[in-house]
Design a protein around this ligand. Structure first.
Ligand SMILES: Nc1ncnc2c1ncn2[C@@H]1O[C@H](COP(=O)(O)OP(=O)(O)O)[C@@H](O)[C@H]1O
Ligand SMILES: [Mg+2]
Length: 226
């Protein structure tokens, strides 16, 4: 039996905008084993980004527990969480958030800045990752000189630079046409040395993952296990 890397127990989250509360998660539970790839599927507005941001420790749940590798995120100080995220978690955001004034390779190198990675080692790792995502020849191009799919691939390389244990991907195929989306998903799911959790509204993403869950009514339900 494989060990559990991510454990979500009875997680609740409600937003409180002026117009009235929005109850998003209502007792969500999920176990993700080390090395597994998982898709969580649900329509727009069901709480996918909320869930991913909680797993990333970017926000805190109102109730419940989120453990990664046995560590309860809620008990960590902001500084501890920041350090944990920098060293253990890679995030591919839906709107990739590349810095437009930096080249592709500079964007990939950004997460290494707070860590004490040797400069040459970091540069070699960044070059390797750009090669892996098929962008060796575009390393010194700016994001504005790359297509949407290429920018996405730079964001994937950036999320992997610090050797994360856990990769979180929010709608990795969001604005891409299905053929490009499928390529991106293949890239995320194949040759992995990380555990992968992706949230998406695109059904076809599920096919590339080991297990699929739905997020509905604030709860997570198992759909399919390979
Ligand atoms: N900061 C916020 N304040 C108030 N409501 C929010 C906030 N963030 C998200 N929501 C609401 O919570 C619900 C879930 O949002 P989200 O997690 O972004 O869904 P998804 O990623 O599945 O589209 C939506 O109804 C959204 O409008
Ligand atoms: Mg979202």
């Amino acid at each position: 039996m494989q060990e559990i890397l991510v454990k979500i127990v009875d997680v609740h989250k409600t937003y409180h905008p002026e117009a009235g509360p929005v109850e998003v998660l209502r007792g969500a539970n999920l176990n993700v084993c080390s090395g597994q790839s998982v898709a969580i599927i649900g329509p727009s507005g069901c709480g996918k980004s909320t869930l991913l941001n909680l797993i990333a420790g970017l926000h805190k749940p109102d109730r419940g527990r989120i453990e990664i590798n046995g560590q309860n995120l809620i008990e960590m100080s902001d500084k501890e969480m920041e350090n944990f995220r920098a060293t253990k978690i890679g995030i591919v955001f839906q709107h990739h958030h590349l810095l437009m004034q930096c080249t592709a390779i500079e964007n990939v190198l950004l997460p290494t800045l707070p860590l004490s990675m040797n400069t040459k080692e970091a540069f070699n790792r960044a070059s390797e990752l750009l090669e892996r995502v098929g962008l060796s020849s575009r390393a010194h191009h700016f994001p504005s000189q790359l297509s949407g799919g290429e920018q996405h691939r730079v964001a994937i390389a950036r999320a992997l630079i610090n050797h994360p244990t856990l990769l979180l991907a929010d709608e990795p195929t969001g604005f891409l046409e299905p053929s490009m989306g499928k390529e991106i998903v293949k890239l995320l799911a194949s040759n992995r040395d990380y555990t992968l959790i992706t949230v998406t509204h695109a059904d076809y993403v599920a096919g590339a993952m080991d297990a699929t869950f739905s997020l509905e009514g604030g709860k997570i339900n198992a759909l399919n296990h390979k």
